[in-house]
Design a binder for this molecule. Structure first.
Ligand code: ADP
Length: 535
């Protein structure tokens, strides 16, 4: 439905107003109109009638088109304002149109009114649309500006965040650098420590993988420093101890307390030596295991000593038990015949008891002497002794017990300053050993010689001889070449005590032996001892 046009006609001349109205009606426009000619009326109708077109005379007695136009412009700029006048000149019309008046119609050409009205109304619509579009554009522009502002603000935020990030990054880098430095320093210290300790040492990951070995590992095993060397620890462990190693190692890793166990490890020369393996955890600041440190301490000598001690205890018990059992048997028999003093058995049994008692006595004396020698408290009483007499005495002692031929070589007719009892003890021990350990050698040779400034006494047998590798240990405490053979009695102390006695005489003791040929045990004491004694 077409809207009815509300036309305000500003005209003081009623006839002209009628003419206009008529012309409007002629044009076929749907309209309603109100006529006014004063300022007050005009203003009131603007408010109340709300015209959508104004047709105004140019000049009226109390009002004029220019003023009316200005009033309308203030509040209703879109209402088309057409001047309908007969008096306005061409120039005034142009001037008014320049100021914004919509159009001008001469009263003489009213027939153009409808065309001009339509054009004006179209123009208004167009202006309205343009204004609407301009408004939309403005709003859009404002929105864009807002968005732009927001974008700039966001960009600023991003720039600040980037700046903070780069600062944080820098700090982080510095922290990482400091931490890396500290770590590498502590790692260096740790490695230096690992290289300084006398044991073989290594590290394992939490899962037990070897990460590092110190130089001692490579020196001991002869393995080369490469990945193979890291992996190949199992080959170093004695076949019989591998299971022990694996079991203990795994259980230590599980308990997280650390622990130790003993295994044999192969040296570069192929020899297996006992080692004490100790695996300890290193914790991080959260008290979690960070890595494991392993050390292997060579305890082979300790093990051997322990073994010797164990062997010694069993030998000593055996050695003491044998004569005591015999002594007990003799005493039991003596008890049985105590009421028959004439019995021949009496003296035999007493003799037997005495011999066994002597054996026990000798063993206990050896033990005491060995303990005194170990503490450096072996008593030596030196005085001039004749070597020839001393040797003869020794031969007397051993001849009582055996059927051996003891041959003495060399001239012993001179004195030395020595402890006769102790030197006799050594020679008797040499000869007794020759009897014990070289039973098939019926001839034992005692040689007296002067070598340079020393008296040298040696005892040679033609027995089985002794393995060269064992010669250096013969003079050690508790050492017996073959502990498993219990057919020979002895505590492995005789040669040790002998060597201690000779040391106290400032002499030397030794053995020369060859398998299948025999052995020569010897000692020397300086002849000055003799000079000191005789001058
Ligand atoms: P013991 O005779 O009490 O065992 P010793 O100290 O006198 O102790 O001797 C140490 C070891 O030396 C003996 O156990 C023996 O194995 C060896 N030995 C000593 N003398 C001889 C020898 N003449 N021939 C072979 N082996 C010997």
């Amino acid at each position: 439905m077409k809207t009815i046009l509300r036309i305000l006609i500003l005209e003081d001349n009623e006839t002209d107003a009628d003419l206009i109205n008529r012309e409007l009606q002629k044009s076929g426009l749907q309209f309603t109109s109100k006529i006014v000619h004063s300022r007050v009326g005009f203003e009131t109708l603007l408010e109340d009638f709300k015209p959508n077109l104004i047709l105004s005379d140019y000049s009226m007695p109390s009002f004029d088109a220019a003023t009316a136009f200005k009033i309308k412009q203030q509040h209703y700029p879109y209402i088309p304002f057409i001047i309908v006048s007969g008096t306005i000149g061409e120039e005034n019309a142009v001037e008014l149109i320049k100021q914004g008046v919509t159009d001008y119609i001469s009263k003489q050409k009213l027939f153009t009114l409808s065309t001009k009205i339509n054009r004006a109304l179209n123009d208004v619509e167009l202006s309205k649309e343009r204004a609407l579009i301009a408004d939309k554009l403005r709003i859009r522009q404002e929105q864009l500006q807002k968005a732009n502002k927001k974008l700039i603000a966001e960009k600023e935020k991003v720039r600040i965040a980037n700046l903070e990030l780069s600062l944080f990054n820098k700090e982080l880098e510095q922290r990482v650098e400091r931490r890396t430095k500290a770590l590498s320093e502590s790692e260096n210290t740790f490695r230096t420590m690992m290289e300084t300790i006398p044991q073989i040492a290594w590290t394992n990951t939490v899962n037990g993988k070897v990460m590092f070995y110190n130089q001692r590992w490579y020196d001991y095993t002869g393995l080369v420093q490469n990945a193979y060397g890291l992996r190949n620890y199992n080959a170093v462990i004695h076949m019989e101890d591998r299971r022990t190693y694996a079991t203990h190692f795994r259980s230590i890793l599980n308990t997280k307390n650390g622990g130790e166990f003993q295994v044999r490890a192969k040296r570069a020369d192929g020899a297996f030596r006992w080692h004490l393996i100790r695996i300890m955890p290193i914790f991080n600041e959260n008290k979690e295991v960070q890595l494991w440190v392993g050390t292997a301490t060579d305890i082979d000598e300790l093990k051997q000593l322990q073994q010797h001690k164990d062997d010694f205890i069993s030998i000593a018990s055996h050695e003491l038990k044998t004569p005591i059992t015999s002594l007990k048997a003799s005493l039991q028999l003596l008890d049985k015949i105590k009421h028959k003093p004439a019995s021949e058995m009496l003296s035999v049994l007493i003799g037997q008891a005495n011999r066994n008692l002597n054996k026990v006595n000798t063993l206990i004396e050896d033990l005491l002497n060995a303990s005194l020698a170990n503490k450096g408290q072996l008593q030596i009483h030196q005085k001039p002794i004749n070597i020839g007499d001393l040797i003869a005495q020794c031969c007397e002692q051993v001849r009582v017990e055996g059927i051996y031929k003891i041959v003495t070589e060399g001239d012993g007719n001179f004195d030395v300053f020595a402890d006769a009892v102790r030197i006799e003890q050594i020679i008797v021990n040499f000869v007794n050993n020759a009897i014990k350990y070289a039973p098939l050698s019926t001839e034992i040779l005692i040689n007296i010689a002067i070598i340079g400034q020393d008296l040298k006494i040696s005892v040679t047998d033609k027995g089985p001889g002794i393995d060269k590798k064992k010669l250096s240990s013969l003079f050690d405490r508790y050492y017996r070449v073959d502990n498993s053979d219990t057919s020979y009695n002895g505590l492995g102390l005789g040669l040790y005590i002998s060597s201690e006695i000779i040391k106290r005489h400032n002499g030397h003791i030794g053995v020369d032996s060859e398998i299948g040929v025999g052995s020569t045990f010897w000692f020397t004491i300086p002849l000055e001892e003799r000079l000191t004694a005789t001058t």
